[in-house]
Design a protein around this ligand. Structure first.
Ligand code: AMP
Ligand code: GLY
Length: 423
């Protein structure tokens, strides 16, 4: 098969690395890709939201199967457009992708399906939202309704912070139309975990569990980021918790989506809070997590391509995935300054030495080549990933690889996996 991966981050490098290893893959392309993805695929300079450009390129180049990485592509209708053009494509329709694109839609689905989630209210009017905050108090969570590049959520520990978030979204319109309404919800207490399933509209296949570290600083301090590191499995998701997540959260959601006439096909990623009352849904994403994909692909023993094809074809009931009985840890190396402003085009050395260590894969998230030099081209730049018999062993090996990388403008957290190690 001739396969096209859409995206340019660490998640897409992990997917491309795994797809390239499939005996079903004869030729692999990526749009737009990055310097790491270029080791696995031929990179094509088309943007992830250029739906027309991607469809015509795929048609002209006889692509058999398209695998989009980012939510922006599927929310913009990439899957619908590819399928309408007769090109087989993994992932949800734009209608089903509302599970990520609209917090209100997700909350309505959750309520209708009886899925446990934080109590919530939706507001378009700033004065009404402020009055609500004054009544219920803090801590409380304020979320822009739409996609806001991961920046639309404020976990407010005080009423002042919550009111500032409302003013930013509803008065100053800092998220544009994506923040023209907000969801204000109950603050949940517990440990977070990422739970991914493949879903073909009807059948559901759980993937390995993972836990992300969203804060920029050691000990989970400082501002939120896209994710600074990850490990798998997540010991907080015990077999009992997993069974509860499947029965109370995933299956009712999948049934409700089918009932609404927009069955969910693709990878459904539930952000969970494991509370004293059991698992609760924080949010859905309609794509693989980043950096969760990096640890999941590192641990996946089976061929990924047949599972992705079965997800699209509705035959997931016949698929079984095997995982290496090892833990994986992925440490994100980011450019100094991230998640604020940061320099570009800084030089990175030592990647080959790091990648040559046993059980290490260095996924690229934001890199490009300039002749023989490797340069940074984003905030999150590398996902240094290692396997080990335990999380402690995988963590030690990942940091050995980090220390082999010579990048004065980069930094990373030194404690990825700490919650699992503390158990
Ligand atoms: P999101 O962008 O929706 O993933 O939210 C970012 C982060 O905010 C989550 O990973 C949680 O750490 C936190 N968060 C979101 N909703 C809640 C909630 N209802 N209670 C507590 N923390 C939350
Ligand atoms: N790791 C968080 C995300 O992909 O949304």
């Amino acid at each position: 098969m001739r396969i096209l991966v859409v995206g340019s981050g660490g998640r897409e490098h992990a997917l491309a690395w795994k797809i390239a290893a499939s005996p079903l893959c004869d030729a692999l392309y990526a749009a737009p890709g990055n310097a790491g993805i270029a080791q696995e695929a031929t990179c094509i300079d088309i943007g992830i939201e250029d739906i027309g450009g991607l469809v015509s390129w795929a048609r002209d180049n006889r692509i058999d199967f398209v695998v989009p990485g980012p939510e922006a592509s599927v929310v913009a209708g990439l899957v619908d457009a590819m399928e309408a053009a007769g090109i087989t494509c993994f992932g949800p329709s734009a209608a089903a992708a509302r599970l990520e694109a609209s917090k209100t839609f997700t909350k309505e689905v959750a309520d209708a399906a009886g899925v446990p989630t934080a109590a919530w209210e939706r507001f378009e009017d700033a004065a009404a939202a402020r009055a609500y905050i004054a009544r219920v108090g803090a801590p409380i969570v304020v979320k822009a309704d739409g996609l806001a590049a991961g920046k639309g959520v404020t976990v407010a520990m005080t009423q002042q912070e919550a009111i500032a978030a409302i003013d930013d979204a509803l008065e100053a319109r800092i998220f544009g139309k994506e923040g023209a309404s907000v969801v204000i919800e109950e603050f949940l207490v517990g440990e977070e975990a990422s739970f991914h399933v493949l879903c073909d509209g009807k059948h559901v296949l759980p993937l390995a569990t993972a836990q992300d570290h969203k804060r920029v600083g050691d000990g989970d301090t400082g501002p939120n980021t896209g994710g600074m590191g990850c490990y798998s499995p997540a010991p907080v998701v015990t077999p009992e918790v997993e069974a509860a997540v499947m029965e109370r959260i995933i299956r009712p959601t999948v049934a409700r989506m089918a009932q609404l006439g927009c069955p969910f096909k693709g990878v459904l990623y539930a952000g969970l809070m494991i509370t004293d009352e059991g698992p609760k849904l924080i949010e859905y994403n309609v794509r693989f997590g980043d950096p969760e994909a990096q640890v999941m692909m590192a641990r996946l023993m089976s061929d990924l391509v047949p599972a992705l094809l079965a997800t699209r074809d509705g035959t997931l009931g016949h698929v079984d995935l095997r995982w290496w009985p090892k833990a994986a840890v992925s440490v994100v190396m980011a450019t100094r300054g991230y998640p604020g402003s940061y320099p570009r085009d800084t030089e990175i050395g030592g990647i080959e030495a790091a990648g040559a260590l046993d059980d290490v894969i260095v996924f690229h998230a934001g890199t490009k080549r300039d002749g023989a030099r490797l340069l940074s081209s984003g905030g999150r730049v590398l996902g240094v990933t290692a396997l080990g018999d335990t999380i402690a062993v995988a963590q030690a090996q990942a940091y050995r690889a980090v220390d082999a990388i010579a990048w004065p403008d980069g930094f990373c957290r030194r404690d990825i996996g700490w919650r699992a190690l503390g158990r």
